[in-house]
Design a protein around this ligand. Structure first.
Ligand SMILES: NC(=O)C1=CN([C@@H]2O[C@H](COP(=O)(O)OP(=O)(O)OC[C@H]3O[C@@H](n4cnc5c(N)ncnc54)[C@H](OP(=O)(O)O)[C@@H]3O)[C@@H](O)[C@H]2O)C=CC1
Ligand SMILES: O=C(CO)[C@H](O)[C@H](O)COP(=O)(O)O
Length: 462
């Protein structure tokens, strides 16, 4: 009998199955798509069993069964659970490793519980390569069931530079998928920040693709070390198969999305979470599809580029990345309160430290910040990040000014600056908004010198 089963053998599922086998556990694989099973069958041995029917798959697994469903999110997951239910026994464990919406996971958790099936909603990150060699895993749901599967998950997960597995129990029901959604929102934020830095480098600094590639490569060796910085260097260097140019100059500048970043924004609106960098990153993808592209391209005289542009950009990028992470953790803090979850932020930072798309040196410092104060109200309240803010905000302000002068849009760099200038500011101007609301709609206001709710008779009734 096999110790683990995987349903869905596409890009992720096949590699996750091979990863489990490579760590000494026996595994069965099944897909409704026969060619996917045939592809897995090439690796068949006593520890890896391809199966061709639902019954053959379920009956090949030792009890309690441990099944990872790694398929397209949405209706296919419900269809798969309906197929599985009559074949399973009470106590079996089903893990949904797809990018499912956390509302769906909350619902599925309850439905499966009624049938005595333990359900785990698990965010998985790392793409095709991570799935094979070590992904970051974010499991939420039944804690006892998690303990049963944790040896396998810990074996297959990526390891931090100090050897800790990038997996740890997140919390109940849909909390694991919530954390993956926030991971993807941070991913959108950092990707957009990098794209704006690239835009300033090419437009203001007039750097070539190869020069920019070297700049990102050097950044990746220091405090800015991050997977997304590393791959940006590689993307910029890549030559085109169809022309003699760099491929980057022929990739259409319209950003697509599958929706997890958008979901984060939807829930931020519900919670009132001020995730401005992530929101601007989501909207920048919409903008890239909506823009009419009929203005002349922005240009600036190379002589006007400051001598220290690259150093200033490195500092601005570092701080804006920190804001993207900080806003992700801020939304997690608000969600934990609203949904009654006890989230461990240092565990979450550790889960993201290796294997996943947002892995970076900075996550080590974030883990340390939450280890030192598990109730940190804002990442920039931690001494390390307070210092990061103080040391880099001047450069961020300069870069936003330089870009504005050159006509280069910086929605996320500007949002990061505005966030840092607002979030601790005792003198925000929203007293005017409250006055206006009370004037036109008698909506009332609070005062800053005494408790209570007040209304002013702003004008005489006619
Ligand atoms: N690709 C990536 O980098 C990452 C993906 N993920 C998530 O992992 C999951 C799998 O992703 P990926 O491997 O890229 O593949 P896809 O998201 O393209 O999903 C393909 C798999 O889903 C199966 N499927 C589709 N509809 C059904 C159905 N109704 N019943 C049963 N199976 C069905 C497919 O079978 P068939 O071929 O027959 O359609 C195939 O095995 C997704 O939720 C994705 O969001 C998470 C992290 C990274
Ligand atoms: O989950 C992922 C990485 O963490 C997936 O690659 C995700 O699909 C990327 O999001 P989008 O397609 O919306 O850019």
């Amino acid at each position: 009998m096999q110790q683990f089963g995987v349903i869905g053998l596409s890009v992720m599922g096949k590699n996750l199955a091979l990863n489990v086998k490579n760590h000494g556990y026996s595994v069965s694989g099944f897909s409704i798509d026969k060619p996917e099973v045939d592809a897995l069958a090439k690796y068949e041995d006593k520890d890896l069993k391809p199966t061709y029917t639902w019954e053959e798959f379920v009956n090949s697994l030792e009890k309690p069964r441990k099944i990872l469903v790694q398929i397209m999110a949405g209706k296919p997951v419900d269809e798969t659970l309906q197929k599985l239910l009559p074949l399973l026994d009470k106590g079996d464990i089903v893990i949904d490793g797809g990018n499912s919406n956390f509302h769906d996971t909350n619902r599925r958790y309850k439905e499966m519980e009624k049938h005595g099936i333990h359900f785990i909603g698990m965010g998985v990150s790392g793409g095709e390569e991570g799935a094979l060699n070590g992904p970051a895993l974010m499991p939420g749901g039944d804690e006892k069931a998690y303990e049963e599967v944790s040896p396998i998950l810990e074996a297959m997960a990526a390891k931090t530079p100090t050897g800790q597995p990038c997996v740890g129990y997140i919390g109940p029901a849909g909390s694991g998928h919530y954390v993956k959604m926030v991971h993807n929102g941070i991913e959108y934020g950092i990707m957009q920040v990098i794209s704006e830095v690239y835009d300033v480098l090419r437009t203001v600094g007039h750097y070539s693709n190869d020069e920019m590639s070297e700049i990102f490569k050097n950044w990746d060796k220091g405090a800015l070390q991050a997977y997304l910085i590393e791959i940006t260097a590689k993307v910029l260097k890549q030559k085109d198969d169809l022309t003699d140019d760099h491929i980057i100059d022929h990739i259409l500048n319209e950003a697509s999305y599958k929706g997890t970043g958008n979901w984060m924004l939807e829930d931020a609106i519900r919670l009132g979470a001020p995730i401005t960098v992530i929101a601007e990153a989501v909207l920048a993808r919409f903008m890239s599809k909506a823009t009419l592209r009929d203005d002349p391209e922005p240009t600036i005289d190379p002589e006007r580029a400051p001598k220290d542009l690259v150093d200033q950009l490195a500092k601005a990028l570092y701080l804006a990345m920190a804001v993207s992470y900080g806003q992700g953790f801020e939304q997690l803090t608000m969600a934990a309160k609203a949904y009654n979850w006890r989230l461990h932020y240092s565990t979450i930072a550790q889960n993201w430290e290796a294997g996943c798309i947002i892995r970076s040196q900075m996550l080590h410092d974030i883990k340390f910040a939450y280890n030192s104060d598990k109730d940190l109200p804002n990442l920039f309240k931690a001494p390390f990040f307070d210092k990061v803010k103080k040391e880099n905000i001047g450069a961020l302000r300069e870069i936003v000014k330089i870009a504005a002068d050159a006509g280069v849009p910086t929605p996320t760099l500007s949002a990061a600056l505005n966030y840092l200038e607002s979030i601790f500011n005792p003198r925000l101007p929203q007293n005017i908004i409250q006055g206006q609301r009370d004037y036109f709609g008698a909506h009332t206001y609070q005062r800053n010198d005494r408790p209570g709710t007040f209304h002013t008779e702003w004008y005489e009734e006619k």
